[in-house]
Ligand binder design. Sequence first.
Ligand code: HDE
Length: 725
Amino acid sequence: MTAAKKASAARKPRNGDNAKTAQLEASTMAPGSGLTTNQGVRIPDNHNSLKAGVRGPSLLEDFILREKITHFDHERIPERVVHARGSAAHGYFQVYKSMSQFTSADFLQDPALKTPVFVRFSTVAGSVGSADTVRDVRGFSTKFYTREGNYDLVGNNIPVFFIQDAMKFPDLIHAVKPEPHHGMPQAASAHDTFWDFASLMPESTHMLMWAMSDRAIPRSLRMMEGFGVHTFRLVNSRGDSHFVKFHWKPRLGVHGLVWEEAQKIAGLDPDFHRRDLWEAIERGDYPEWELGVQIIPPDKEHAFGFDLLDATKLVPEELVPVQRIGKLVLDRNVDNFFAETEQVAFHPGHLVPGIEFSNDPLLQGRLFSYTDTQLSRLGGPNFHELPINRGVCPFHNFQRDGMHRQTIARGQAAYEPNSLAGSGVQFRVDGGSEGFQSLPDEMDSPKLRRRSPSFDDHFTQATLFFNSMSAIEKEHIIAAFRFELSKVAMPAIRQRMVDNLAHVDQKLARRVSQGLGIDAPDAKAAAGRPGFRAHSYKGKLSVDESPALSMVEHAEPNPRTRVVAILVADGVDSASLKPIREAIEHAGVMCKVVGPHLGKVSSASKRQVDVDQTFANTGSVMFDGVLIPAGAEHAAALAATGEALRFVDEAYRHGKTLCAIGEGASLLDILALDGDPDKAAGVLQAGTPTVNTGDMASATQIAQEFVAGVARHRHWERLFKLLAQ
Ligand code: HDE
């Protein structure tokens, strides 16, 4: 047995062991003992540089110091020009049943096959160090390491895009990024240049509706949908092609934060989403999504009242249902953030046989951009050799050399055809029937720099989205537009934007315009401006609403991995808390004890209760629900501290489930419930006697009610009532 084989045999299996993990193992290094230079020379002293005398100048010949500092000086690589801030994990994908009817893609054939994947989530506008919970689109990129090569599905958590043609992408990104003169604001679209551009580009209106909705402030990366956005094509072994839209459906449901929470979390824990993903995987709560496809036969290409090649349009699920065809599980965190998350290179042009592009002009532009950007980000054309980017199947070609080449290719011939190396003899000029076959599309058209008139309807689907929202989601969209536009200094930009919104919904536009110091929305003025195109394409969209687009209407209650705060002070009734806490945790909800200080508080029966977090280092925004246990002394102490009252009040205002036991209920007095059932929705109270007398059934019942409340995510009726006040 070779040393390498022995080492790999001795390796203990880890979570998510698969072909890719095994391959990466060869490139990983355990922490060593002692220190050497990169050349392997032992370092005698890692604290002092070489000097001429202990108080004299440092010597240039100190190659140990020079190597260390030189390496440090070059530790950074350019951040991604967009989607710089991201978090990633390993896992696998498994199809439920063979999709051979539609595609020959190998990884979509055999339900027994687990294909290794690497998934990176991201925000778009912010720099690598920006906060996770900013209002933004989220990237959702999946690299499938298939047996036929790497396939990348590089999508977003919103199914449409701001622009229709790649030509406008640099303009869009320049508009949203910090303004060039003063470099502000970071990771925010709420500024003049973004809305200047957006208001002059009515094609962005549909995506703006999504970006102003709670989809743009997800509760967790594990609770987001993903979308391929563009129309792609599936091709089977007979060469039959179908259009396809890809979806990722999260098992935990789709949930957002509320805007005030998102802002506060950005300060309390800028890594909120990264930490949530990391900790869930470390705990063994592996996030899962199902891969969904909307399959459209070629003869239905023009049947929908919009153009399938237009990335500002979605295909309503009510018209073409989403078939769930497989599952994605993320079960292993990275070993090294830089080597894996930072160096992974996705590309919508990394395809495998059986999956094809469409002529979407946005997608076509992306096919150039992704390799090009890696050349400057990863320093040359050999980034496919980085461990995270390598395929798990053999590959061979005659590309050679370049910066940082690692492969040592043997042999004399690096060209084809050749007669000197065995592999070079398959000389063909007529294509071939193996490998990736491009679909033989008919193309006989004039060369034009034009936009298809079939892309000219910019509002119907924006209206569809707004119509499909629940009342609270509509309120949040209005509030988000107001927040963003109120940060725009130029009144003319605000005016232009609400004039455009009048073409989506008059009431929406009027509500947004209130409080912005501008005139009432003027739909006619918008229609007279350049860039405005509003022709419908071959008839009308056949639905006015798409209930599938609402997060609230479709929330399937699920308590798993939600986090609740248990507020405590000295004198807490730990006996009555214990069975309730156990029942809550049994349901998959996590509990964190929040108290006045770290360490322990002593309970009414003189037991010690461990405190996980303090009122000073966390806030209600970090939790999905709040439990206030019984105990007279503890309740009085909490009620006397502004911090605990604020905690409860804020959780209430954000629609979270509150549960008070016995004397803990005194903290609820601040909520002024007035006996109004809407206001009291999700506010639970239980007497101590039931729990204290060892009545386990009561303890279980109150725990169940609490868990059911938390599983609902929010009590929107309460929030709606608060908004109306
Ligand atoms: Fe990207 N995009 N993009 N994009 N994109 C990049 O590639 C680009 C677009 C998306 O986790 C860059 O490697 C152009 C749509 C994700 O590493 C860059 C156009 C969608 C990620 C680039 C688009 C996306 C990127 C920057 C218009 C949703 C992060 C770094 C023609 C379907 C991938 C990099 C990761 C990253 C260009 C439009 C999603 C510059 C030119 C539409 C999720 O190449």
